[in-house]
Design a protein around this ligand. Sequence first.
Ligand SMILES: *Cc1c(COP(=O)(O)O)cnc(C)c1O
Ligand code: SF4
Length: 326
Amino acid sequence: MIPRKRPAWQAGEWRSILARAVRDVDELWRLLALPPALLPGARAAARRFPLRLPRPYLQRMRRGDPDDPLLRQFLPLGEELEEVAGFVTDPVGDEAALAAPGVLRKYHGRVLLITTGACPVHCRYCFRRHFPYEKQRLQMPVVGSEVEEVILSGGDPLSLSDARLAELVSSLPSRVTLRLHSRMPVVLPQRIDTGFLAWVEREVGRGRRLVMVIHANHAREVDGTVEMALEALRLRGVMLLNQAVLLRGVNDEAEVLAALSRRLFQAGVLPYYLHRLDPVAGAAHFQVEDERAGELMEALRTELPGYLVPRLVRESAGAPYKLPLS
Ligand SMILES: *Cc1c(COP(=O)(O)O)cnc(C)c1O
Ligand code: SF4
């Protein structure tokens, strides 16, 4: 038997990686040897929505290639400044769905908490890039018997300390499923450290069902460190799902999406949603046409077992669920 590797990330190591994240566009250009012609536009775009990228993630990218599908997701570009009809600041009606500060109740039986505005990375297509994150401390809302699941979202809930996470869910009855929507295991797997895993073990030990919905858009994002973090979670009883966003220049090819599903499966994760881009101002250059999206889904259904085909959905203000497409 080959012994499996266990993550040996020390509690809190992720914080220092995050503190040293690349935030300066000029530095990114130097590190990845990017074309100087794109730099002025990038500087302007980053003034509106800052660059943020942990250094270990940079090692998965190709140098000298502004079209690298990993870099593309985080690369500020002059195109973001163009105003495009239909691309707005609150595309999914979140502000109307706020039941209390930071508490979104859109769907039956589920409550979603905006726990923090902080993310380990800044994805250029983010639908919350203009969201007015409240400053006040979020309290866990009173959870009535109709609530079956509490979803911690953000921002990225794993930007919070383990102590703050524990405090937030301490009043949550163990019958309530806890779901975490986090990009951390993919972009900063060091976050799944000994302290976090100890908290997971305590929650699962109380009989809590834990679901983590990670966010990877391309197979190459899932490297060996990511796989280790995911395995550590899975071995402790966390159900792992992935949500991706359909993005032009990142994953708008059938082979790329199929490779993502297969890679996720190898890492013990099932594809859950493939989101249509929310029409958020500054992200129009990522849009994939409806017809193309339908073709891609058809190709995936033909190519893959049903359980590796994500559901193509669109968020629609006022709808009772995320609307399936094609
Ligand atoms: C996406 C979302 C959920 C979760 O929806 P599922 O279809 O169960 O994944 C819950 N609340 C809000 C506000 C959401 O945006
Ligand atoms: S991790 Fe999620 S919330 Fe954070 S910037 Fe990316 S898409 Fe937005």
